[in-house]
Design a binder for this molecule. Structure first.
Ligand code: HEM
Length: 475
């Protein structure tokens, strides 16, 4: 809705300090600050980060309006700190034309049909992860489950992107390097008073070092692949597919810079999001033994001694419901940002051009108008009837509208597979003295990791005995 229409003035304000506004609260715990703002002031709240005006959106209705009205609400502009890492890939491009062109070129790469080729790589990574855990953790040993999930999801995205080149990604894409880059960008997102990137501060230098390592690796791999040409029998992995993708109107492919941006975007958007949700799922299961038992029964009944095929996964709907419910309670991309491209009216309030809009999925997934028992972990929230009757924007962990997550099917497939394989093999028990605190950076992480003990279940198959089952097709 544009101005010219009736409105009741600006949205209720959350208060805040002179000059700084809400910077301190946002930096301390953005989700907590926005949860309190929601409870005190309602579904649309106006905040201030220094001179930057921000609107927090906590209702499904208003969120749907924002995410589907691209002419009024676009991606953040060139000053988006995430661009320092991702360049102008799908996630961060604010140029609608070039975004649409690349989105059209990439859409088939993430189709269910293309995923069937990647499922084999997912199974290989999962089998190796099981073998690694078997070697590293005797039964009863303490494990940081978050670290393990990061390892396996990074391995999956590396294999799907580069096939055999996985080991080469390890240094430039180590968890430490990823942390440096992500924390740097997120800090800048929340604090407009950060020092300029060109100043030679230790933090700037460390960030530049990490990015040089990453860019060197990416451009090296792109050059090698271009030189090698399309493999016989067609594309073997995501990089082949990206290199082969052509604009339907012009026949043009992507430049090296575009490829670099899309590859890094896939890595950034495509591993930690799944890893943290799996971590939360294991934690929630450890707190709800009756739900865990039901999931184990489903896996034992459908899987026997095999690694799952896609057809097996389809016969295990309860496992998927568990993942969906974990994504409801702990949406791994909890805040979806937009920029008001013109003066608009939202929820009856004036929203000025230039305001940032933060669509808060954490609040939306708990909205009392749409959810009962929102604080209770209940996979029953995703039974067939419940799903059918639900308002479309009340649950949207993958976003909504034209920017809906392109990797949604990829994420659901790998998460389903990992849950099945790991639950089949292990009982995960949370260590009660370990503090579980959620902490939103760009993803919703457990602040202190997730310390659990692993207990091997009787009759679980050893990794060496696990064949990569035939029929691993996604349909
Ligand atoms: C549980 C896992 C995941 C969650 C919760 C998630 C969530 C999201 C959300 C909320 C958006 C919308 C952002 C916006 O509107 O600004 C998004 C976009 C995106 N996601 Fe995911 N994602 C997940 C997994 C993946 C995976 C596995 C990939 C790639 C393999 C991926 C690639 C992308 C890309 C490229 C975009 C940008 C799409 C566009 O703007 O056209 N995501 N994701």
């Amino acid at each position: 809705m544009t101005t010219g229409q009736q409105h009741n003035g600006p949205a209720p304000e959350a208060g805040g300090l002179p000059l700084l506004g809400n910077i301190v609260d946002f930096r301390k715990d953005i989700l907590d600050a926005m949860h309190q703002g929601w409870k005190a002031h309602g579904d649309l709240v106006r905040y201030r980060l220094g001179t930057v005006v921000v609107h927090g959106v906590s209702s499904p209705e208003l969120a749907g309006e924002v995410l589907t009205d691209s002419p009024s609400y676009g991606k953040l502009g060139p000053d988006n700190p995430l661009r320092l890492i991702l360049g102008e890939g799908l996630l961060t491009s604010d140029d609608h034309e070039s975004w649409m062109r690349n989105r059209r070129m990439m859409q088939p790469i993430y189709s269910k049909q293309a995923l069937s080729g990647m499922f084999r790589a997912m199974v290989e990574s999962t089998t190796e992860q099981l073998a690694f855990m078997e070697r590293s953790y005797p039964t009863g040993a303490e494990v940081d489950v978050h670290g393990e999930m990061m390892r396996v999801t990074l391995d999956i995205v590396s294999r799907c992107m580069f096939s055999t080149d996985v080991s080469r990604t390890r240094d430039a894409l180590s968890p430490e390097a990823v942390d440096v880059a992500v924390n740097y960008a997120f800090d800048r997102l929340q604090n407009p008073f950060s020092p300029p990137t060109t100043w030679p501060t230790p933090r700037n230098r460390r960030f530049q070092q990490v990015m040089e390592g990453l860019d060197g690796m990416m451009y090296g791999l792109i050059e090698e692949r271009r030189a090698a040409g399309t493999p016989e029998g067609g594309a073997k992995d995501l990089l082949d597919m990206l290199l082969a993708a052509r604009d339907a109107d012009t026949g043009q492919g992507m430049t090296d810079r575009e490829l670099r941006d899309e590859i890094i975007t896939t890595f950034a958007a495509g591993h930690e999001t799944t890893a943290v949700t799996l971590t939360w799922a294991f934690y929630l299961l450890s707190q709800h033994r009756e739900i865990l038992r039901r999931a184990q029964e489903e896996v034992d009944r459908e899987l026997g001694d095999r690694m799952p095929t896609v057809a097996d996964l389809q016969r295990m709907p309860y496992l998927l419901q568990i993942f969906e419910e974990a994504l409801r309670m702990y949406p791994s991309a909890p805040i979806v940002p937009r920029l008001a491209l013109k003066d608009t009216v939202l929820g009856g309030h004036h929203v000025p051009k230039g305001s940032r809009i933060l669509v808060n999925l954490f609040n939306i997934h708990r909205h009392p108008g749409h959810w009962t028992d929102a604080e209770r972990f209940d996979p029953g929230h995703f039974g067939a009837a419940e799903k059918k009757g639900r308002y479309r924007f009340a649950y949207m962990p993958f976003g909504a509208g034209p920017h809906l997550c392109i990797g949604k099917h990829f994420a659901l497939l790998e998460a389903h597979l990992l849950l099945a394989a790991l639950i089949r093999r292990y009982d995960f028990r949370h260590i009660p003295s370990h503090r579980v605190v959620n902490h939103a950076t760009i993803t919703l992480r457990p602040k202190y990791g997730m310390a659990m003990t692993l207990h091997e279940r009787r009759h679980a198959p050893r990794p060496a005995a696990v064949p990569v089952a035939a029929g691993t097709t996604a349909d």
